[in-house]
Design a protein around this ligand. Structure first.
Ligand code: NAP
Length: 285
């Protein structure tokens, strides 16, 4: 069976073209969507992510603000900055880049962001609303996966989706979004017994594990759709996913590559969420 490679860059490009147009329209109505990204410390990976988010934001015609603090900033000072951004009318989305230094509580920081500007979709209010199917900011990576499938015309209803990984930012919410689209969802994690037996029953596999090339072809049934969320380094230091792309692509009907699959979609959905937030402001004017 010929495998279709799902091109996340191309799909992102199409969504971003639409975002650009909507931003132009909003600007004409007096609102420039604004995203504030807060970076603490000097983690090189975090800096790369933040720089990419800033660049993408500017390319859309949005107002992007980068706020940097040293590793030593106190929790209270950071919370105060977030409270200030909550009331800043030029800012529609607030994102605090994780991980945070050990002396700062992730939960406190996430909960300090007003749910109306929580464009990462991590605030418990947004998580709860997503769970019960209410309008909410969806977490960007799972949202990106769903948009990717939708834009490829891949039907989800009735499919058995096996998600490997149960983190709050990827695995768990991804399962909820598939459930909402009437899929049958199975979650697997590090304590799951006989993983290949379960993944072999999947019509769609979502690998969000964080282990290089962990999913081999024997985990995958013929014709399955394989979504690779992983971002790891291989033995040569090159970026690779959780899926052994070369062997699995022989069996899958569709597969996402790394790089160029889920990754670009994540930032695109952050932009989409920031746009949504700005449009909500206009609606309530
Ligand atoms: P995480 O919080 O470390 O969660 C990893 C999950 O994988 C956990 O639920 C863990 O199970 C499970 N797991 C670990 N080893 C396993 C094994 N041997 N068998 C089955 N399950 C296993 O990671 P995350 O934040 O969800 O990220 C996952 C991957 O996606 C990472 O590579 C990350 O860099 C990448 N990522 C990519 C994007 C993107 O935009 N492309 C965005 C976010 C994350 P337990 O719960 O039992 O420990």
């Amino acid at each position: 069976m010929p495998t279709n490679i799902i091109d996340g860059k191309e799909i992102s490009f199409q969504i971003r073209e639409n975002i650009k147009l909507e931003v132009e329209e909003l600007i004409e109505q007096g609102i420039t969507p604004g995203l504030a990204v807060v970076l603490i410390g000097n983690n090189p990976a975090s800096r790369t992510y933040v720089t990419n988010k800033q660049k993408s934001c500017k390319a859309m015609g949005m107002h992007g603000v980068l706020i940097e603090f040293p590793e030593t900033i106190s929790e209270e000072a950071l919370l105060n900055k977030i409270r200030e951004l909550n009331t800043d009318e030029t800012i529609h989305g607030i994102l605090v880049q994780l991980p945070l230094p050990k002396h700062i509580s992730d939960a406190k920081v996430i909960e300090a962001i007003t749910p109306e500007k929580d464009v990462d979709g991590f605030h418990p209010i947004n998580v709860g609303k997503m769970m019960i199917g209410q309008d909410a900011f969806l977490p960007c990576t799972p949202y990106g996966i769903m948009e990717m499938l939708r834009m490829k015309g891949i039907e989800v209803e009735g499919k058995h989706v096996v998600i490997i990984g149960r983190s709050n930012i990827v695995g768990k919410p991804a399962g909820q979004l598939f459930l909402k689209e009437n899929a049958t969802v199975t979650y697997c994690h590090s304590k799951t017994k006989n993983l290949p037996r379960i993944t072999h029953q999947a019509d769609i596999i979502v690998a969000a594990i964080g282990r290089a090339k962990f999913i081999k072809d024997e985990y995958v049934k013929d014709g399955a759709i394989v979504i690779d969320v992983g971002m790891n380094k291989d033995e040569d230091g090159k970026l690779c996913g959780d899926v052994d792309f070369e062997s699995v692509k022989q069996k899958a009907s569709y597969i996402t590559p790394v790089p160029g699959g889920v990754g670009p979609m994540t930032i695109t959905m952050l932009l989409q969420n920031t746009l949504k937030s700005a449009k909500d402001v206009l609606k309530h004017r």
